[in-house]
Design a protein around this ligand. Structure first.
Ligand code: NAP
Ligand code: GCO
Length: 265
């Protein structure tokens, strides 16, 4: 048996991948040989994504689709199967966060986060699993979080969703592992993307945001991570090299979960 990290001949759907982590993962998968399909919620984002993939030399297929809308997702999957081919790899990447103290958060706001970060991975996975079963193989990668394990002030809905996504990952593994479908998660640490930009804003006096300093002190690598650093782990989990890895959450966090934090000076 040879070790095979190649994604040649595979079709990968990465949700919400016009920019940020999804774009970096899709680009890594394209380098490994996969055909890239992505969606985003607005046409302008899809156009921005198509231009970015083109600039990177990647011939990606982009579609508008809200991943929380089950009919739209079913149409998207049917269209991809017709226009590109059956999906071998699904990355549930689209996600949102609302940073609001729990007692100030409305139930509608809480539900919106759960809808995008937990219900949507269920909807999209459910839409692709039947054809993965027919094909005799499939890879699903759910983008989890530090908040799949840890809590913090203001992110109750996000933590509840990402904790749930960890268990959805284990359940898809349990239910469909017998069909040669592997479902794993990636738990990114703190990554430099628009989603975390408010936590890194330079203060009016020119100093770093206190949260920025906090993350550096909690990370053995002593830095924020780049989206591109998630590409290698994602290619591994999408490739045959990881066929025996199932129901696992691979934390790509610069060591945050292993570390108690920098001792006060
Ligand atoms: P991002 O920069 O906000 O990108 C997320 C993408 O998903 C955006 O293009 C967003 O569109 C899209 N999206 C949101 N709702 C959608 C919907 N209903 N249907 C389709 N697309 C939708 O986020 P990111 O930082 O790259 O994060 C990507 C994933 O990694 C998320 O699941 C996030 O929770 C997770 N994550 C991020 C970090 C981090 O430090 N950045 C760490 C751990 C996990 P809009 O621009 O319109 O919102
Ligand atoms: C926050 C952050 C995080 C990260 C990430 C950590 O406010 O704490 O946005 O939740 O985005 O998910 O892994």
């Amino acid at each position: 048996m040879s070790v095979n990290f190649s994604l040649k001949g595979k079709i990968a759907l990465v949700t919400g991948a016009s920019y940020g982590i999804g774009f970096a993962i899709a680009s890594g998968m394209a380098q490994a040989g996969a055909t890239i399909v992505f969606n985003d919620i607005k046409q302008e984002l899809v156009d921005k994504g198509l231009a970015a993939y083109k600039e990177a030399g990647i011939d990606a297929h982009g579609y508008v689709c809200d991943v929380t809308d089950e009919d739209a997702v079913n149409n998207l999957v049917a269209t991809i199967e017709k226009e590109v081919g059956p999906i071998d790899i699904l990355v549930n990447n689209a996600g949102i966060i609302k940073r609001i103290p729990m007692c100030e958060m409305t139930a509608a706001e809480f539900r919106q986060v759960i809808d995008v970060d937990l219900n949507a991975p269920f909807i999209v996975s459910k839409a692709v699993i039947p054809s993965m079963i027919k094909q005799g193989h499939g890879k699903i990668i759910n983008i989890c979080s530090m908040m799949s394990e840890l809590g913090r002030e203001t992110v109750s809905a996000y933590a509840a969703a990402k904790g749930g996504l960890k268990m959805l990952t284990r359940n898809i593994c349990s239910e469909y592992g017998g069909y040669n479908i592997q479902c794993n998660g990636i738990g990114p640490g703190y990554i430099e993307t628009p989603q975390t930009a408010p936590l890194r804003e330079i203060q009016p006096d020119g100093s770093k945001h206190p949260f920025d300093q906090f993350i550096i002190s909690k990370t053995p690598a002593a830095r924020w991570l780049k989206p591109e650093e998630l590409a290698g782990p994602a290619v591994f989990l999408a490739s045959e090299a990881s066929d025996a890895v199932n129901g696992h959450i691979l934390y790509v966090d610069g060591g945050i979960l292993a570390y108690i934090g920098k001792q006060p000076q």
